[in-house]
Design a protein around this ligand. Structure first.
Ligand code: NDP
Length: 326
């Protein structure tokens, strides 16, 4: 048996964790042995023990070990992949600054712990919100880990955009390629159909309905999370877990030939996105590395939306800089 991939998951007793752990253990990253290392805050450890009992009861052939704990440095010891899901949700009366500082404390500590303990080849995916800025905080607090090892999740938005486009055009999700989410994982994100393809044809031309793109498609994708809360009475969790698996699998194993994926990664200034922001781009991945797709033409419509979302990211960066978190 090959050496198990050591995968850390934070917030492992939460809603997303409850779906994510079983997907990871049953082969979402490929048919390979896997060790799970699960971090929780102390009061959630008891619940996490129950989840581990269920993992045991599945008798997953590829799950070699499960470690749980509330000490980040111990849990991150030797991990090859860290999925940072746990974050502090906005509570009643909490201002944006309170939310940023509560999460800042979590992601500062986790960045330092990863820096001290993770394996040399570690890749870190941040799902917990505000995901882009949490990734920026963790990255800045892990000076020995290369910046390109950090990313924030926009794959759920990417998958939502593909699904909406498939429903509108009657195409299969398999026929839709080159979808892009630009910017922040927030309501300002920009799902771009102008570079997407359906069965090899330009998606915007296949749709042929600019009003639908502007007034239905973009807001539906950007506000999907709120629609699910309205309908389900709880936030989306299984789809967030599924997207977390998709993103990690493609990062480690490579994106499909002739296609790309959306990942929020450190900007090198491509497409006018200020350098250093963790912003979503079209990327291809290979052997655990990503590259921003270059040379796409950005028209005025797309430019305005990319700029609005990256301006929000720049504001968040200013706020966490002022709080002394980065
Ligand atoms: P969830 O598992 O539902 O969500 C976890 C995080 O993922 C939240 O920040 C959430 O953002 C975010 N998220 C990203 N995309 C989505 C999406 N599409 N739908 C829903 N959420 C999304 O939260 P729970 O409260 O159930 O669980 C969080 C767990 O994290 C708790 O068990 C808590 O104890 C733990 N925790 C662990 C920490 C640690 O390990 N050190 C630190 C802090 C918390 P949003 O809030 O915007 O929905």
């Amino acid at each position: 048996m090959s050496t198990p991939l050591k995968v850390a998951v934070t917030g492992a007793a939460g809603q997303i964790g409850y779906s994510l752990l079983f997907r990871l253990a049953s082969g979402a990253l490929g048919d390979r042995p896997i060790e799970l290392r699960l971090l929780e805050i102390t009061p959630a450890l008891k619940a996490l023990e129950g989840v581990v009992m269920e993992l045991d009861d599945c008798a997953f052939p590829n799950l070699t070990a499960v470690e749980i704990g509330d000490d980040a440095e111990k849990i991150f010891d030797g991990v090859n992949l860290a999925l940072l899901v746990g974050a502090r949700p906005r509570g009643p009366g909490m201002e944006r600054g309170d939310l940023l500082s509560a999460n800042g404390a979590i992601f500062t500590a986790q960045g330092k712990a990863l820096n001290a303990a993770a394996a040399d080849d570690v890749r870190i995916g941040v799902t917990g919100n505000p995901a882009n800025t949490n990734a920026l905080i963790a990255m800045t607090n892990a000076p020995d880990i290369p910046d390109e090892r950090f990313s924030a999740l926009t794959r759920l938005d990417h998958n939502r955009a593909i699904s909406q486009l498939a429903a509108k055009t009657g195409a299969s999700v398999n026929d839709i390629k080159k979808m892009t989410i630009w910017g922040n994982h927030s309501a300002t994100q920009y799902p771009d159909v102008f570079h997407a393809e359906i069965g090899g044809k330009n998606a915007a031309e296949v749709v042929g309905d600019q009003a639908w793109i502007e007034n239905d498609f973009i807001p539906t994708v950007a506000k999907r999370g709120a629609a699910i809360i309205d309908a389900r009475g709880a936030s989306s969790a299984a789809s967030a877990a599924s997207a977390t698996c998709d993103a990690a699998r493609d990062w480690l194993n490579g994106s499909a030939e002739g296609d790309w994926v959306s990942m929020a990664v450190r900007s090198d200034g491509s497409y006018g996105v200020p350098e250093g922001l963790i912003s979503s781009f079209p990327v291809t991945t290979k052997d655990g590395n990503w590259e921003i797709v270059q040379g796409l033409e950005i028209d005025e419509f797309s430019r305005a939306r990319i700029d609005a979302s990256t301006a929000e990211l720049a504001e968040e960066r200013t706020a966490v800089t002022e709080l002394g978190l980065i």
